[in-house]
Design a protein around this ligand. Structure first.
Ligand code: PLP
Length: 400
């Protein structure tokens, strides 16, 4: 079939591919210890679900304004101000069909052929493909385990060229859990301002940070507005992945450009989901600390468990709900004696086939030698998965 050069520039999300494979096995009745999905295992809070039911009953089932209903845009600005210290007005806010859509829209209106976009690696899988689809070139810079996977301003500034249009940061980061400390984030902003480059702050995991880190937005910094685009999402904070509501906060002209694009593509995000999101923004936030406390327990369990496995090292993630162990010792050119696999793609396949454990290969995130394990799953399943991983890697060590 003849398809456009544009669509052939990108690939299907590699995380979706792993999840689909694990789902197939589960459907056949195979017991998988599943560390694949990047979504909360908690249900959407009741008060939010009830708001959606009320919205249906009250016939909020028609088109809305393309950029989202005004009460929701107001509520997002108020929530962001209260929780993260920013100062946006509704005209600087647009509601999108999930945070991924927000990023897609912003990149589409800012980036074109010949533009460079700086992306710290390890990166969330969708950033490079969204940039390539827009015609831009991703430029990868390193975030290192010895810096707890926080990228530095020095590394970013070194990568800026006259073609750089945008820097994309995710903090807390998917897949590493790395958190950029506020002072470093401010130095990155200063570099972006100096070189007149946009800074995108992806805050999808903003409220899942572990001591000593705290939720932080670069938009709280005075004088940030002209160079900053904030991406937010209901997906993780409120366990609302399926509702597909995200938002963009940015200067009005940029927001209006994305609304124009949205008016010719998705139109408004689902009206019912918008009413649910309105309740998320205005209602009680008590489910968030409950989820965070549970994630904190699981984080301890999984990181300690992974560190006890031969040939595996693992940093403490500062936020989000992913462990990101290094398994390079078990790969070709590793130092465990006998390589189990040539790369993490092959290793992930072996883990699924032989150990019945689903993980995402680090290669998908620009991090060869690493695996991503989501701990948005119960302690019991974490323990079971760790037992299987320990058996798998210990047997390999013994055979070496
Ligand atoms: N940004 C990051 C770093 C993510 O991990 C995700 C989802 O996994 C998203 C954005 C998009 O989330 P959603 O489109 O569900 O809002």
């Amino acid at each position: 079939m003849h398809l456009t050069e544009r669509i052939n520039r990108i690939q299907i999300s590699p995380t979706s591919a792993v999840i689909a494979e694990a789902e197939k096995l589960k459907a056949r009745g195979v017991d998988i210890a599943d560390f694949g999905p990047g979504e909360p295992d908690f249900p959407t809070p009741d008060h939010i679900k009830k708001a959606a039911i009320r919205a249906i009953e009250q016939n909020y089932t028609k088109y809305t304004a393309t950029g989202g209903i005004m009460p929701l845009r107001e509520a997002i600005c108020e929530w962001h101000k209260r929780e993260l210290g920013s100062h946006y007005e509704p005209k600087e806010c647009v509601v999108n069909v999930g945070g991924k859509h927000s990023i897609f829209n912003v990149v589409s209106v800012l980036v074109q052929q010949g533009d460079e976009v700086i992306i710290p690696a390890p990166y969330w899988v969708s950033y490079p493909d969204i940039v390539k689809y827009a015609g831009g070139t991703p430029v990868y810079v390193e975030s290192r385990p010895e810096d707890e996977f926080s990228v530095t301003a020095a590394v970013i500034e070194k990568a800026i060229t006259p073609r750089t249009r945008l820097v994309i940061l995710s903090s807390p980061n998917n897949p590493t859990g790395g958190v950029i400390p506020p002072d470093e984030y401010e130095r990155i902003l200063a570099a972006c301002k100096k070189h007149n480059v946009w800074l995108m702050g992806d805050e999808c995991y903003s409220h899942f940070t572990y001591d000593p880190h705290k939720p932080f937005s670069i938009a709280s910094h005075a004088g940030s507005k002209a160079h900053v685009v904030i991406i937010g999402s209901m997906s993780k904070t409120f366990a609302m992945t399926g509702w597909r509501i995200g938002y963009t906060l940015a200067p009005e002209a940029l927001v209006q450009a994305t609304v124009k694009l949205q008016s010719q593509s998705t139109s408004n995000p689902t009206s019912i989901a918008q009413h649910a999101a309105l309740e998320a923004m205005r209602g009680p936030m008590d489910t968030v600390p409950v989820m965070l406390a549970e994630y904190a327990k699981r984080r301890k369990r999984i990181v300690e468990g992974l560190r006890a496995i031969p040939g595996v090292t693992c940093e403490w993630p500062g936020g989000a709900f992913y462990a990101f162990p290094n398994v390079a010792a078990h790969l070709a050119n590793g130092n465990s004696g006998q390589a189990l696999a040539k790369d993490t793609g092959e290793l992930a396949r072996m883990l699924l086939d032989q150990a019945r454990v689903a993980v995402v290969p680090g290669d998908a995130f620009g991090a060869p030698g690493y695996l991503r394990l989501s701990y948005a799953t119960s302690i019991e399943r974490i323990d079971e998965g760790l037992r299987r991983l320990d058996r798998f890697f210990s047997r390999a060590e013994a055979a070496a």
